[in-house]
Design a protein around this ligand. Sequence first.
Ligand code: PLP
Length: 381
Amino acid sequence: MEIYFDNAATTQPLPEVIEAMRPYELDAYGNPSSIYAIGRKTRKIIDEARDRVSESLGVKANEITFCSSATESICTSLIGAALKIEKSKHRFVTTTIEHKAVLKAAHWLEEHLGWDITLITPEPSGHVNPQKFVDACLNDCGLASLQLVNNEIGTIQPVEEIASRLKDTDVVFHSDIVQGIGKIALKVVDAGVDILSASAHKFYGPKSIGFTYIRDGKADIAPVIVGGSQELDRRAGTENAGLIIGLATALDIVVRGQPSLEEKLKEMEAKFIDELDKSAVEYELNGSLPRVPGLMSIFFTGVESESLLLHADRAQVYISAGSACSAGAVKPSYVITAIGHEKRRGLCSIRISLGRHNTMEDIEEGAKRIIKIISKLRGST
Ligand code: PLP
């Protein structure tokens, strides 16, 4: 039996999503920018999907634009917003534990546009101190970004508190909500975040489709991908109606099902921890509560994550050594070292991320297989 414990890397699309996409993949081939009937049909589908996404998030339809991924959303939002900010405010505040898309966009702003970058180090708990973050946003800061949930250790960041404190300032506040959608209640829009980025494949939708929310008013974004005037003139390129319908369908399902999935993830995580506790295996969790349920970064002393991963793969248990984008490179996790742990711990930690397709049987069997591998690697059996 294959056991998939890497839902933070990607999720299996829901059958309802694939079903919803199928007819559009076949029929809605018209270019949505064409003015004849076949084109208008595709345009209507995209407009309806935009309405559904805006309803799911409780925002206005013209505040949503579709793009290829969260990476694209993050890079174009940060660079696009930076291009509209006056020179006296060319300082970007973010944290050392953001996804690489944010960190590399920060580096790009520094290298190509001469911005100053302030990187906030989180507390050993894995959380950013909101006062520290807000203080860093005073004076010459024009742009800031903080993830809602860390993709390696699952810690929930104080995005709402920071958003409400930055609301009446000039700072454009962006949040990468990729790992929060469907797992925790989304209150960030009400709190006043200006820009949000997300990817459908992290919430049981198709790959290569994401969205950006840009609040009407404060945040002004220069288009970075230029050409046609698609997506409200914010992102050029012909839209894919099938993928957009897939995203809208998945978002609708996960937002409505969020409270019950949160409960299920909590129960599965508790069961997994219980299985570890019942065994003789020593372990420690990286990052403290509040954490998103079902996303655990676990340190197994003396067991290198690369080796554990390979053995787990052979045993048909699929886990990750860090974020998916950096897996493969044998470097200590930069998130685990950023919260104050030594390199060794960053090399000996794995990520287990559960999802809605997992069952209690998966948890019991998966934990058993992992425990067996660890005991073997430690030479205790
Ligand atoms: N942000 C976070 C927190 C992520 O976990 C990921 C993917 O791992 C991304 C951004 C990038 O998403 P995508 O690869 O879909 O562009």
